[in-house]
Write a protein that binds this ligand. Structure first.
Ligand code: HEM
Ligand SMILES: *[C@@H]1O[C@H](CO)[C@@H](O)[C@H](O)[C@H]1NC(C)=O
Length: 500
């Protein structure tokens, strides 16, 4: 202790500071690569964390884009991040450079929640064999669904009837549609994964839905962000159980459903659903340590399908109904098309889409305007790559600003208005638009897109075939501004559903 006199303390402090700065610089060496995208000057240790005010991200990011252009860099503590904006840059990165940009940044929390190297689910799986196997499996199961008895389209159509019945039960009184939309949409995932649906008032179903809501809150919570930023904290005994009780409860509920499934499964019959098909693959993979088909991974894949497939679709439907009560003229034109093409006697089918350009345009415009996942899902470069002439080294997190594509002012006539004509030509035919990217693009794009499109079209047309929707008498016109978050919901609203 005697050594730490005033004279030695000074130089020692300087040495420690220099050492820490060097460690810090080492973790940010990416930035010194030639042609690295420009960005604000990072502080030692924190990087730009203070500059991107997490409460007001939209604003601070808009300023950064103005200053640095469509491709700019940030340093979030020790994580190098490149933000991509606009159709041209995002298409180049996700489509033309897909091979280099399809990894995901590691999420430390998942390593403590039952994920292992061969069991990573799909959404957050690293770019490699386990991801490729599971992605291929999900895509082909979705495509082949219905080899058995009932096609996915039949499941969705029948669920749409149940949803209509529940709307009719409201007897024209004002209500908020979100809870019922959630129930209908999760039942579609339940039919895909477990070959069954639940009654809307089944206590077990209500518990599952409650737990899923809790999981969503846990995953986007502040504490989770802190734990992911400072992963050593996850090693403190008891922390994981304390912070993620919902996640555990959800996994336990899924395990129960899988266990019930095993008992009723008949291996001689074709698979009834995704779980059966998965169990067949587990059987085939016995003795292959490299395979990602395992009991641990089954629950993660199923849980991924529920989390990715539910809130996204039901939020989009909540936007659709909100926009219909705000734009009654558009609602009337959709109903007119339904009456002409389908009538009242039969249920809508996917085949009707080809004859319903206006309805198709409205559904697309709902997704464009609703813009529910503004920043997409994070990607990471798996090797050095180039976007818009900038060099992006391996291991850089990429944020794809899908919102900047869906509302790109150089592409859309009225980017900030609800305007179905964006998807119609002068003759009233439906036209596809390259900048329609709510499902992202490239190898990591949404694998549930065909199912999501089916649900959006069938639920939407079934509802408008049976009901007219309106702002409840005496209530103010709801706002069409979203509530910003990882998923953008419409501001809470009520509507009246009047039978037609
Ligand atoms: C309107 C509804 C939906 C929207 C807007 C949507 C959008 C997205 C987006 C933006 C991504 C991230 C893509 C990327 O990383 O670049 C994604 C990924 C994913 N989505 Fe969807 N999605 C929807 C419905 C669904 C449904 C119904 C399912 C399930 C059947 C699903 C399953 C997935 C999965 C598994 C991934 C991860 C893919 C991967 O990492 O390889 N989604 N979705
Ligand atoms: C994404 O794009 C929108 C629209 O151009 C913009 O307002 C927002 O600030 C952008 N966000 C980021 C993270 O760049």
């Amino acid at each position: 202790m005697g050594l730490l006199t005033g004279e030695t303390l000074g130089p020692l402090a300087v040495a420690v500071a220099v050492f820490l700065l060097l460690v810090d610089l080492l973790h940010r060496r990416q930035r010194w690569a030639p042609r690295y995208p420009p960005g604000p000057m990072p502080l030692p240790g924190l990087g730009n964390l203070l500059q991107v005010d997490s409460l007001d991200r939209r604003c601070s990011f808009t300023q950064l884009r103005h200053r640095f252009g469509d491709v700019f860099s940030l340093q979030l503590a020790w994580t190098p991040v490149v933000v991509l904006n606009g159709l041209v840059a995002i298409r180049e990165a996700l489509v033309y450079r897909s091979e280099d940009t399809s990894d995901r940044p590691p999420v430390p929390m998942f390593q403590h929640l039952g994920c292992g190297p061969q069991a990573e689910g799909v959404i957050f799986a690293r770019y490699g064999r386990a991801w490729r196997e599971q992605r291929r499996f999900c895509v082909s199961t979705l495509r082949n669904f219905g080899m058995g008895k009932k096609s996915l389209e039949q499941w969705v159509t029948e669920e749409a009837s149940c949803l209509c019945a529940a709307f009719a039960d409201q007897a024209g009184r004002p209500f908020s549609p979100n809870a019922l939309l959630n129930k209908a949409v999760s039942n579609v995932i339940a039919s895909l994964t477990f070959g069954r649906r639940f009654e809307y008032n089944d206590p077990r179903y209500l518990k599952i839905l409650d737990v899923m809501e809790e999981v969503e809150k846990e995953h986007s919570g502040f504490l989770t962000q802190v734990l992911n930023a400072i992963p050593v904290l996850l090693h403190i005994p008891g922390v994981v159980a304390k912070v993620f009780p919902g996640h555990r409860a959800f996994m336990a509920l899924l395990d129960e459903l899988v266990a019930e499934h095993r008992m009723t499964r008949d291996p001689a019959q074709p698979p009834r659903d995704l779980t059966d098909a998965f169990l067949d693959e587990v059987e085939k993979a016995k003795g292959n340590p490299e395979s990602s088909f395992s009991d641990e991974n089954l629950r993660l894949v199923v849980s991924d399908l529920f989390t990715a497939g539910m809130v996204t679709t039901s939020t989009t439907l909540a936007w659709a109904l909100l926009l219909m009560i705000l734009h009654p003229d558009v609602q009337r034109r959709v109903q007119q098309e339904i009456d002409e093409v389908i009538g009242q006697a039969r249920r809508p089918e996917m085949g009707d889409q080809a004859h319903m350009p206006f309805t198709m345009a409205v559904v697309h415009e709902v997704q464009r305007f609703g813009d529910i996942i503004p920043l997409g899902a994070p990607h990471m470069t798996s090797r050095d790559t180039e976007v818009q002439g900038f060099l992006i080294p391996k291991g850089t997190t990429l944020i794809t600003n899908l919102s900047s594509v869906l509302k790109d002012e150089t592409v859309w006539k009225n980017p900030f208005c609800f305007y179905p004509e964006h998807f119609l030509d002068a003759q009233g035919h439906f036209v596809k638009q390259e900048a329609f990217m709510p499902f992202s693009a490239g190898r990591r794009s949404c694998l549930g897109e065909p199912l999501a499109r089916m649900e959006l079209f069938l639920f939407f047309t079934c509802l408008l075939q049976r009901f007219s929707f309106s702002v409840p008498a005496g209530q103010p016109r709801p706002s069409d501004h979203g509530v910003f978050g990882p998923i953008v919901n419409p501001s809470p609203y009520q509507l009246c559903a009047t039978p037609r």
